[in-house]
Design a protein around this ligand. Structure first.
Ligand code: XIL
Length: 311
């Protein structure tokens, strides 16, 4: 039958999803994931707290299981994520600042080397900015200043010459103080010859609030010679969702698909999870949910049909 995956690929983009280890045991979920999506991102399994929970002690079992699922289904895999303030073990934030750079370089080198040649892309640095465009004062910034971003990118490139290297953040989809900060960083890195291939726009949207400047914003990053990708799409609804809400959600998804199709450097769209039952939204935004294209029973919602029709 029709698949998002085949239709997207025919248009030169991909449609991806995020999967966690637990998802691999859910046959209703994997039936949809394996047929409808061409790219997979591990939801948690390649993050620092899983991979290097204790300093110098690396665990690739969980990430390898997601990689194996992707490979078995002919999917590309996006690595997520190397350097991030969240899901960061406390030993990193407790280090003396003089030791953070070495710990960051060791983590990036070890993990990128482990997956060398096997991934399509890495989100090297995730969520570096506050909403006002200032840098988050996390362990990395406190130890190295803003130069940690270039340092992490160079370290990743040294370990894998071919994987696409990304910076990834949320609330940078429209033009605002935060996306201006990401734009200025990207422009500086490109002008300095720092290895950077793309910018990931998480796109955790609120129903009816896809920014009107979305396309223009992606285009300004593309004009720097960078790929752009929608990396964590969902569109949350205040529960219970009405039929009108689901129609609006379909419009929002079409807006995202059409925006990616309209920007030549937009490589694809990844939804964060397969269905509403797997989404992180209800657990983090109380009273909100129904944020994906599939309902709790993995039946396609209006957003799925509309996305298929837009492709
Ligand atoms: C989320 C996962 O989906 C959850 O399972 C986990 O508890 C918290 O992280 N931005 C990101 C993702 O870059 O890694 C986050 O994923 C969602 C927000």
């Amino acid at each position: 039958g029709t698949s998002l995956r085949a239709l997207a690929e025919a248009k030169g983009i991909y449609f991806g999803t995020a999967l966690t280890q637990g998802d691999l045991n859910n046959s209703a979920l994997t039936a949809v994931a394996g047929s409808q999506f061409g790219v997979v991102t591990p939801g948690n399994e390649m993050k620092w707290d899983t991979v290097e929970a204790g300093q110098g002690s690396f665990n690739y079992g969980p990430g390898d299981r997601i990689l194996a699922y992707g490979q078995a289904n002919g999917m590309k895999v996006r690595g997520h994520t190397l350097v991030w303030h969240s899901q960061l073990p406390s030993w990193v934030s407790s280090l003396p600042t003089s030791q953070v750079q070495a710990a960051m370089r060791n983590h990036v080198t070890n993990e990128v080397t482990h997956y060398k040649g096997k991934l399509y892309a890495w989100d090297v640095v995730n969520e570096p900015f506050n909403e006002d465009g200032s840098y988050r004062t996390d362990a990395f910034y406190n130890a190295m200043g803003s130069g940690y971003v270039a340092d992490a990118l160079r370290t990743a490139r040294a370990a894998d010459p071919d994987v696409k290297l990304y910076l990834n953040d949320y609330n940078i989809e429209g033009q605002n103080a935060k996306s201006d900060a990401m734009y200025n960083l990207a422009k500086t890195l490109v002008s300095q010859g720092v290895p950077l291939d793309g910018i990931g726009f998480q796109a955790h949207f609120v129903l009816g609030q896809v920014p009107s400047t979305f396309k223009a914003n992606l285009q300004r990053f593309a004009a720097l010679g960078l790929d752009v990708a929608i990396t964590e799409l969902d569109d949350r609804i205040q529960l219970p969702a009405t039929a009108a809400n689901l129609t609006q959600q379909a419009n929002d998804y079409v807006n995202v698909v059409n925006t990616c199709l309209a920007v030549s450097r937009c490589v694809g769209v990844t939804q964060w999870g397969v269905g509403d039952a797997d989404s992180w939204i209800p657990g983090v935004f109380s009273g909100w949910g129904a944020a994906t294209m599939y309902d709790n029973g993995y039946q396609p919602k209006p957003a799925y049909t509309a996305s298929v029709n837009a492709l």
